[in-house]
Design a protein around this ligand. Structure first.
Ligand SMILES: Cc1cc2nc3c(=O)[nH]c(=O)nc-3n(C[C@H](O)[C@H](O)[C@H](O)COP(=O)(O)OP(=O)(O)OC[C@H]3O[C@@H](n4cnc5c(N)ncnc54)[C@H](O)[C@@H]3O)c2cc1C
Length: 443
């Protein structure tokens, strides 16, 4: 294997497609000496993360082992974290001081939670980006019900059953809908001391509508849907400070929430933000129509591609492509095709993205979508959502597992077992809260 060194950083939606395209082509396999590097050894299917957070879909069913893909596609895989990219020396420094030289680099490391510099947010709010975040949230919600069941006063019960989500974008409303389903329909009937008025779930959105990227009528639909389910949605609610169990809004309003989930936005990880290239305001790297990074002078850097959530690719209307899985897949497919064609000494046309629309899942058997010009809401939209994401799952095994989860969830309620220990889901301060028996013995 004496090919030219191709390093792909990140095996998510974008990076995985590059790796698969190169591995699928014999010419490309012989031309490139490919190594895929990811800090995790699995691919995670984010759109189903809200469903995982309530157990509607099993945790392992939305992950796919990258090593299996690497073996099938005859490329190398390293589980390691990229810490620094040196564009001059053309090498990547990894977590254990390992240095990976490259001739061609594809940066596809996705995004991290953007706390927007709000004081206290990173310390006291919970991110919602990873499987571990989803597993913790589920266990924490159940723990709160267990604590509330033993509370002595109505005030304690209400305090323990208060939740807030910062950010009314797609992820925020999806998490809100799923949490409400689990809390109201599964948990509430299983805890005899608790009653629906004890529960509160608030979505805080800074702009004047939820899911601002959707059509206005769909934003209105989602708002009404959530309110009917008992979610309190506050529009124009800009968070200025977060403290344990409370959020302060611009104007001085304080919202009490025992658990605060932050889904307000994302930005690229530091390894991307630190690159000496052109960035847009949120830190994404500006790329040319071939998805190559632009240097500070606006010139494309040969052989350095940036794709997915960390790329700012200009659209014809002057805005940038949204940070979505379909964008990342399209970019990954394009860079994959470029690398395959380069192995055959051919080139491809510049990147053009065709937006096929969106699907927003609203919990158990309800969705709203605008896909290929078709607009739907309700159960039929949910069926389309389930089918569309089944098709997009990586590998037949995962499609089967998630399909069975969906069918099972048609007939059964959520599993309310709390697998993670309370020490794993409560902070030290919360473990020491003096709410009488409400917080239970310190185990
Ligand atoms: C909860 C949630 C729900 C979502 N729902 C939808 C949806 O319904 N529809 C939709 O279109 N989009 C959705 N998205 C957005 C979508 O997941 C992203 O736009 C998409 O994953 C971006 O793809 P990517 O390849 O850029 O990054 P990712 O898919 O995030 O992949 C990045 C990869 O890089 C790895 N990595 C990160 N840092 C490093 C490092 N320093 N070194 C090595 N490896 C690293 C990560 O482990 C990861 O595997 C959702 C996102 C979340 C979090």
């Amino acid at each position: 294997m004496a090919g030219r060194r191709l390093v792909i950083l990140g095996g998510g939606f974008g990076g995985l497609d590059v790796a698969r395209a190169v591995g699928r082509s014999r010419a490309a396999r012989e031309h490139w000496d490919t190594v895929l590097i990811d800090k995790e050894n699995f691919f995670q299917f984010n759109p189903l993360l809200p469903a995982v957070a309530v157990g509607a879909v099993e945790t392992r069913h939305i992950v796919y082992p990258l090593r299996e893909m690497a073996r099938q596609r005859h490329i190398r895989f390293y589980k390691n974290k990229a810490l620094h990219i040196d564009l001059e020396r053309r090498e990547v420094r990894l977590h254990n001081d390992r240095v990976e030289p490259f001739e061609v680099l594809v940066v596809a490391v996705g995004s991290v939670t953007d706390w927007y510099g709000v004081p206290g947010a990173a310390e006291h709010a919970r991110p919602f980006k990873t499987l571990v975040d989803a597993m913790h949230l589920r266990a924490r919600v159940v723990e709160q019900f267990e604590m509330a069941e033993q509370a002595e006063t109505e005030e304690q019960r209400r305090r323990l059953l208060s939740f807030a989500i910062v950010g009314g974008g797609v992820t925020g409303v999806e998490v809100a809908a799923e949490l409400m389903d689990m809390a109201r329909d599964t948990l509430m009937p299983r805890y005899p001391s608790l009653h629906p008025p004890d529960l509160s779930l608030t979505v805080l959105e800074a702009t004047d509508r939820v899911v601002g990227t959707a059509r206005p009528e769909h934003s209105a639909y989602v708002l009404k849907f959530l309110e009917r389910r008992g979610v309190n949605v506050r529009l124009g609610a800009r968070v200025t400070r977060v403290a344990p169990h409370r959020v302060e809004l611009e104007g001085g309003t304080v919202i009490e929430a025992f658990t605060l989930v932050w889904t307000a936005g994302v930005c690229p990880p530091s390894v991307v933000r630190d690159l000496p290239v052109q960035h847009v305001r949120d830190g994404r790297v500006r790329v040319d129509p071939m998805l190559r990074a632009l240097d500070p002078g606006g010139n494309a850097i040969e052989n350095v591609y940036v794709i997915g959530d960390c790329a700012a690719s200009l659209r014809s209307d002057g805005t940038f492509q949204p940070a979505l899985s379909q964008t990342a897949i399209a970019m990954g497919t394009h860079v994959g095709a470029q690398l395959v064609e380069r192995a055959r000494s051919r080139s491809v046309a510049p990147f053009r993205f065709r937006d096929v629309g969106y699907i927003i899942s609203l919990g158990k058997h309800s969705s709203v979508l605008d896909l290929f010009g078709m607009r739907l809401s309700g159960k039929l939209a949910w069926l389309t959502w389930a089918a569309a994401y089944l098709v997009k799952m990586v590998g037949f095994r995962k499609q089967l597992e998630v399909g069975i989860d969906h069918i099972t969830h048609l007939f059964f309620t959520h599993d309310s077992s709390q697998i993670l220990n309370r020490r794993e889901v409560l902070s030290d301060d919360e473990l020491n809260l003096s709410l009488g028996d409400a917080v239970g013995p310190r185990t």
